[in-house]
Design a protein around this ligand. Structure first.
Ligand SMILES: *Cc1c(COP(=O)(O)O)cnc(C)c1O
Length: 421
């Protein structure tokens, strides 16, 4: 057998312009610190699967039931991904075809709701409190076609208040209750959500995009025993290729599979599905458990380090891979904090905080996440170092010397924890 997969030399020879941009991005990744909570570094094995010739194959349908011939090997790969997802998460059914988190969520709408039907209501987190674009934003199809009602975090604790959510559910009688967010740092009480859903006869859906990698590694509670359906991306804390998956109870399996294909998608991206299978296999190892635990430990160390620098940690801490941090105590807003950190090689994003008095364009907070740092092996001492750098830079925004020193510290840190061979 002659084996063959992605060939960097061939790319450089045929298309130096694209090759140069890719090389530039790798150099950027190697020299800057990644604190974006939704980003990570896929392993060389995952990248090899994604860069493989499975990209060439059409396979509309599901393993054993395809609309194309020649699916013998893609069937093997897709079935491995399905079996591993079910085993890893203890799920009754898995669909591994969604191209992205947004498409996976569309499939949930397609399976359970009718567009422009006033009775098809979804109770989800208000976007300004940490919900996702696909959870009812007016510029997204979710908000254009479906009727979203928003719950909020408590003003004092900045955490979910299950009693208030229950009251809202009893008053609104939603068809679907949605948990799972983009900027909520604390544990989510999935059991309480399940009880509320049962009480009002709603379906319970968890969008686990951000934290599913922690669930895989045993560092965050699993929604799978409680939810009817769980959607998630594979490229965030789970550390796989770009893409998504849906887990559900057997009773919803047919509806979900039909909603993914043919309702929302055509041919599956089998090379990415191979990457998902590889990532799931990696997620079953003790090393991955270590990574997941370190990710949460790192987030806690980073949050408490930033608090020591004078910043205010929203909700007082974190139980996950991310922290939401109010930067106003240092006299800056989230937008300038993002820019200042970027100038010294730290990438993070500005973020609204709950009940933010400032506009989304210049919100009061930043979101920081540790999956990428943890993948590189960074631990609590490094997170304290990073918190110190961020504190210095935000406290002295005009000082060129501070920035010069911070840049050198970031480069040194990245040299001590090198990325990719
Ligand atoms: C990232 C994310 C998504 C969307 O994923 P894409 O792959 O970018 O479409 C959906 N929901 C949540 C909660 C997310 O964090």
């Amino acid at each position: 057998m002659r084996e063959y997969a992605a060939d960097w030399e061939a790319l450089k020879a045929t298309d130096p312009e694209v090759a140069e941009a890719i090389a530039g991005e790798l150099e950027r990744e190697r020299t800057t610190l990644r604190l974006i909570a939704s980003e990570n570094y896929a392993s060389p094995a995952v990248l090899a699967a994604v860069g493989s010739t499975l990209s060439d194959k059409y396979a509309e349908g599901y393993p054993g039931r395809r609309y194309y011939g020649g699916c013998r090997y893609v069937d093997v790969v897709e079935q491995l991904a399905i079996d591993r997802a079910k085993e890893l998460f203890g799920a009754e059914h898995a669909n591994v075809q969604p191209h992205s988190g947004a498409t996976a969520n569309m499939a949930v709408f397609g399976a359970f709701l009718q567009p422009r039907d006033p009775a098809s209501t979804v109770l989800g987190m208000k976007l300004a409190h940490g919900g996702h674009l696909t959870h009812g934003s007016p510029v997204n199809v979710s908000g254009m076609w479906f009727n979203f009602i928003g719950y909020e975090v408590d003003r004092e604790t900045e955490q979910l208040d299950m009693d208030r959510i229950r009251d809202q559910a009893l008053a609104e009688r939603p068809r679907v209750i949605l948990a799972g967010y983009t900027a909520y740092p604390r544990t989510i009480d999935f059991e309480a959500f399940r009880q509320i859903a049962d009480e009002v006869g709603a379906l319970f859906w968890v969008d686990a995009a951000h934290f599913i990698g922690l669930v895989a590694g045993g560092a965050f509670p699993s929604p799978v025993p409680y939810a009817d359906v769980v959607t998630f991306t594979t490229h965030k804390a789970l550390r796989g290729p770009r893409g998504a998956m849906i887990l559900c109870r057997e009773e919803h399996a047919k509806a979900i599979d039909k909603a993914v294909f043919p309702m929302m998608q055509g041919g599956p991206i089998e090379n990415n599905i191979a990457g998902k299978a590889v990532a799931l296999n990696e997620a079953m190892t003790p090393a991955f458990r270590g990574y997941a635990e370190r990710t949460v430990r790192d987030a806690r160390a980073l949050a408490s380090g930033l608090a020591d620098e004078g910043l205010r940690v929203v909700s007082g801490g974190t139980d996950s891979h991310l922290a939401l941090v109010d930067v106003r105590p240092l006299g800056v807003d989230g937008k300038s904090a993002e820019t200042l950190c970027d100038e010294v090689g730290i990438t993070l994003n500005k973020n609204q905080i709950p009940y933010d008095p400032n506009p989304p364009s210049a919100p009061s907070g930043i979101r920081v996440g540790t999956p990428a740092c943890s993948t590189l092996g960074m631990d609590e001492p490094e997170m304290r170092e990073v918190a110190g750098i961020i504190g210095d830079v935000l406290l002295h925004p005009e000082d060129a010397g501070t920035k010069e020193k911070a840049r050198a510290q970031v480069r040194d840190l990245m040299q001590r924890f090198p990325l990719y061979p």
